[in-house]
Design a binder for this molecule. Structure first.
Ligand code: ZN
Ligand code: ZN
Ligand code: FE
Length: 759
């Protein structure tokens, strides 16, 4: 320590410092404590609602705030730092004060759940350490946060660790400012913390370390285990055991949908996958998302991702998964612990009930999960990670908004829902919820809203929702006795993309997805909009197809192929495999029209082409046909098919000529992979044509690519390159999903502007 009197002024000073950002639950207060001690300063540090309040007093108080900026512990992030002079109080020494309960003016600064750090991993593997093989080993730099916090401010008695009283050893660590567990709220050990249990049909087979060893052994023997992860249950089996995987698929009623692979280490991962440098960076990040990467051509792909050329891989996000892949199979299938489309189970009884028909064994513990968060899923597009599912590891990180308004809740869409709360120029997006139209999904939706509001310490003054009157989320909004703001689906997609980039527009939004409700009562989904947060104009759209048979056409691409053929004036010969009776009656439905609503959705054109090529007539998961078509196209270069733009208002991108060309190519025996590549190139050119016509009409040169179709890497990369080559500035999604998982953010931005104003 430097001698006192070393400061320039030589006289004592007391300063108050307000720090905002990710500053709670990340070892921030201990860092402040250590710095203050080293400078010989008195005073205190305290969590205040969503910020940290520091008072320092002494002769070296002046430079404290600036030095603090350079001493921030790794998971923390300072967004704002405000210094005000305070009257001297003559404190003796520096302390960590109890949290104050004050109303929050900005969204919470609780960090997301983080993967085990190196120090904790080393401790779990040290036979002499008291946390040897203990799966709840955490510190201030790692471990669960969001999953455990029930309300703010972030203190142990407001987390699900409340029921575990610290033992003497843990308390010593918790109270020692030079220990990495100083004020680490999830701190625990085998004496005082949560206990692991292995359960079979309600009977406990083993507990503690023995449960871990038995589970690892059972996995190696081909068992399916339901395990309680960070933000919910997961189902695990040995990835090298094709029978176990087949059993899991049958029991989960999930014949084709890709399954993720949890790898113990980077070396294990490199044996089965070929990640790019960007992919590897995302894989090893503390958020530990599942990342879709090319597979190495092993036996594994046929079992875990049939029909696709990428597999989802990740490293252990929790100590439990780290230890299980250490003691058991080093690569394990790890998929959501749910039944078909329901949300993942989070409490033990729910898991015992819902997963009884799927899991042979249950690996559970007595630490409750406060907030559900599935694994996040990312893909590398144009060299950057793009989240397809935003959940564990990312929530509840606040997203700065370019607009500021009073607290507003946005409830998103229907099938890939997430909700959002925005106020004070920031927004917090919930974890991916799933399909809200299922009763269990609806309950999860209500839980997510409740938790988000609890974390915020504020009450929304309005609810934003999708324009679709029949979405469960829209109907919920109408029951809240609060003002509601209905936002058109594709307008929200564009606003979401803008908001993520901190922009207010206007932009040319190219919103390509499956379907969304249009204000004219028809289904939209291939839209070129001129939009900002205030409103939008529909400048153009793709030609509409008929959804023959309504909703059921979404999982039966052959119905869209039929619609595309009839629309293009082609005969139905290429669909002969469907049988003449089926085709005839479907043709009647198409001609008659009342059970075949028109939809401009770009995704439906991908479905139609996948079926035309004989690739996929009936899908078992939403998006399967388009994903398989993308995989079939691979990276081969191909020119586009001709199409035309009908110049009326709004203009129409007419793809009928594309269908005729594809039929011709098929008749001539052109390889279907080449046709798939040409079709992708055509859709990228359709984006370009839409943007060019939009620019002519509006003068806007900023293009935002949004909607679920831009999960397609080939489409996104080619469209972006073509647009940039034509002088456009192009925005693509990154941390906020381009699919309906990002919808609520756009709704919140639009509502914030309406209720508040510009930031
Ligand atoms: Zn740690
Ligand atoms: Zn302990
Ligand atoms: Fe959408």
């Amino acid at each position: 320590m430097l001698p006192s009197g070393a400061s320039a002024s030589g006289s004592a000073l007391r300063l108050g410092i307000r720090v905002t950002g990710t500053v709670q639950g990340v070892g921030f207060r201990p860092a402040v404590f250590r710095l203050a001690e080293s400078l010989g300063l008195a005073g205190f540090v305290r969590n205040d609602g969503v910020s940290v309040w520091i008072e320092v007093e002494g002769e070296r108080a002046e430079g404290f705030a600036e030095t603090l900026r350079t001493r921030v512990p790794a998971p923390a992030r300072i967004d704002g730092l405000e210094v005000v002079p305070c009257p001297l109080r003559g404190d003796r020494g520096f302390s960590i004060a109890r949290s104050a309960e004050e109303p929050a003016e900005t969204p919470p600064s609780i960090p997301p759940d983080l993967a085990p750090c190196e120090a904790c991993v080393a401790e779990m593997l040290d036979p002499a350490a008291r946390r040897y093989l203990y799966p709840f080993t955490h510190c201030t730099g790692c471990g669960p946060r969001h999953a455990l916090v029930e309300s703010l401010p972030y203190d142990r008695d407001r987390t699900t660790m409340r029921s575990f009283a610290l033992c003497d050893d843990c308390r010593a660590e918790y109270e020692n400012p030079y220990d990495r567990r100083f004020h680490a709220e999830p701190v625990a050990c085998p004496h005082c913390g949560p206990t692991l249990r292995l359960v079979h049909r309600g009977q406990e087979l083993a507990s503690g370390e023995a449960a871990l060893w038995s589970a690892a052994e059972a996995l190696a023997d081909g068992a399916i285990i339901a395990l309680k992860g960070v933000g919910g249950f997961a189902l695990a089996c040995d990835a090298a055991n094709a029978d176990a995987i087949a059993k899991l698929r049958t029991r989960k009623r999930r014949p084709h949908k890709p399954l993720a692979l949890l790898c113990h280490s980077v070396d294990d991962l490199l044996r089965i996958a070929v990640p790019s440098e960007a992919a590897l960076r995302a894989i090893i990040s503390p958020a530990r998302p599942i990342v879709l990467v090319p597979e190495r051509g092993s036996w594994i792909a046929r079992n875990v991702a049939p029909g696709l050329d990428e597999i989802g891989v990740f490293l252990p996000p929790s100590p439990l998964q780290f230890l299980l892949t250490k003691l058991g199979p080093r690569v394990q299938v790890m998929t959501s612990g749910n039944v078909s489309e329901e949300p993942i189970a989070i409490d033990n009884d729910q898991a015992f009930r819902n997963l009884a028909q799927i899991a042979d064994l249950f690996l559970v513990h007595d630490r409750a999960i406060a907030a559900r968060a599935d694994d996040s899923v990312a893909r590398i597009i144009d060299g950057r990670p793009v989240l397809l599912r935003r959940a564990r590891g990312y929530v509840p990180r606040a997203i700065p908004l370019p607009v500021e308004g009073p607290p507003v809740l946005a409830v998103g869409g229907e099938t890939k829902d997430a909700v959002c709360l925005a106020w004070g120029g920031r927004a917090v997006l919930s974890a991916h919820i799933g399909n809200v139209s299922h009763p269990a999904g609806y309950r999860a939706f209500e839980d997510a809203v409740r938790h988000l509001v609890a974390l915020s310490g504020t009450k929304p003054v309005a609810v934003a929702h999708d324009l679709h009157p029949d979405y469960r989320s829209s109907r919920w909004a109408e029951t809240q006795r609060l003002p509601t703001i209905a936002v058109q689906h594709h307008h929200a997609h564009v606003a979401s993309c803008l908001a993520e980039h901190g922009l207010r527009g206007p932009a040319l939004g190219i919103a390509f997805d499956g379907t969304g409700f249009g204000p004219d009562g028809t289904m939209w989904g291939g839209e070129i909009l001129a939009a900002d947060f205030r409103g939008y104009a529909r400048l153009g759209h793709l030609r509409a197809l008929r959804l023959v048979g309504g909703e059921k056409a979404i999982l039966e691409p052959w119905r869209l192929a039929l619609a595309a053929l009839l629309d293009a004036g082609e005969d139905l010969g290429v669909l002969g495999r469907q049988g003449i009776d089926r085709l005839t009656s479907a043709k009647v439905v198409w001609t008659e029209g009342s059970a075949a609503p028109l939809v401009t959705g770009a995704g439906r054109w991908f479905d139609a082409v996948a079926s035309l090529l004989g690739l996929r007539d009936v899908a078992t998961w939403d998006g399967q046909a388009a994903c398989e078509l993308e995989a079939l196209a691979g990276d081969q270069l191909a020119g586009p098919y001709p199409f035309r733009v009908e110049r009326r208002v709004p203009f129409e991108i007419d793809l009928r000529a594309v269908i005729r060309s594809i039929v011709t190519d098929c008749r001539e025996g052109i390889p279907i992979s080449l046709v798939a590549a040409r079709f992708h190139e055509t859709m990228a050119h359709a984006v370009l044509a839409g943007a060019r016509n939009g620019r002519t009409a509006s003068g806007i040169g900023l293009a935002a690519l949004t909607g679920g179709c831009f999960q397609n890497r080939r489409l996104t990369e080619r469209a972006k390159a073509l647009l940039e080559g034509d002088g456009f500035t192009v925005l693509v999604h990154g941390e906020v999903p381009c699919n309906d998982g990002g919808l609520a953010l756009g709704q919140a931005a639009i509502a914030s502007l309406q209720l508040g104003g510009a930031a």
